[in-house]
Write a protein that binds this ligand. Structure first.
Ligand SMILES: *Cc1c(COP(=O)(O)O)cnc(C)c1O
Length: 227
């Protein structure tokens, strides 16, 4: 059994140290504890250790956990979202990290209109142009943001990306740096841009040092996933 409280303590220290290297503090970075496949009890342990933000990949799993945990937590959807699942995430999700296609944006806009609600979302980039990953290509980003930003129910808040699997944490620095540049360029045009979501268990320090302010950390918080 992994000691979740201890894991979080170590992550907090590492996040703080990386943030300081760029003149920021721990409080400038949001740690999203990725709780996919772990049970509600483990999430409770993380809450006790100070975590408030949780990331889920699967809508059904998110709904189940949300039901048994209290409502003051911030839930993030970070995995690919099917259009037929949109209706389940409009009420309780604080940030959708995986807005990756225009048809999804249109469905969200339509459903939000019906419900009289809004949602905050990050545009997911496929920064390594990997066929196995979803996301917008860099060269299509301007166009995509233009199209999505006219949708009045979707508040675009920034960018998210998962760089290609690396052998060492530093291998992804060029991707993180590129993402940071894209983010800064978007932010100049869209002041609502606030979040750059990049960095996971194996590379969050490098990501923070290159400018990330949202890291999504699963394994390092909850231990290795069995499925
Ligand atoms: C699973 C997952 C993570 C967390 O990965 P770890 O390596 O376990 O930290 C982060 N982001 C996304 C989109 C994921 O699917």
């Amino acid at each position: 059994m992994t000691d979740i409280a201890k894991n979080i303590e170590i992550i907090e220290e590492r996040v703080d140290a990386s943030a300081k290297k760029t003149g920021r503090r721990r409080s400038d970075i949001t740690i999203v504890a990725v709780s996919k496949t772990v049970d509600a009890y483990a999430v409770e342990q993380a809450v006790k250790a100070g975590m408030r933000d949780f990331g889920e990949n699967y809508v059904q799993e998110y709904l189940k956990k949300r039901e048994v945990l209290n409502d003051t937590l911030n839930w993030h959807i970070i995995g690919p979202l099917q259009s037929n699942k949109v209706k389940y995430i409009l009420d309780g999700v604080c940030l959708l990290h995986s807005l990756d296609r225009l048809s999804l944006a249109q469905e969200i806009e339509r459903q939000c209109e019906n419900k009289g609600t809004q949602i905050s979302a990050l545009v997911q980039l496929n920064i390594g142009k990997e066929p196995t990953k979803s996301g917008i290509y860099e060269e299509d980003l301007q166009c995509f943001i233009q199209d999505a930003s006219v949708m009045r129910r979707i508040r675009l808040k920034g960018l998210m990306a998962i760089p290609p699997a690396a052998f060492q944490a530093d291998d992804n620095r060029p991707y993180f740096e590129k993402l940071r540049r894209l983010f800064d360029r978007c932010k100049a045009e869209y002041p609502e841009f606030e979040y750059l979501s990049m960095g996971m268990s194996d590379d969050f320090e490098a990501a923070i040092e290159e400018g990330s302010n949202v890291v999504r950390i699963g394994t390092a918080v909850f231990g290795a996933r069995s499925n």
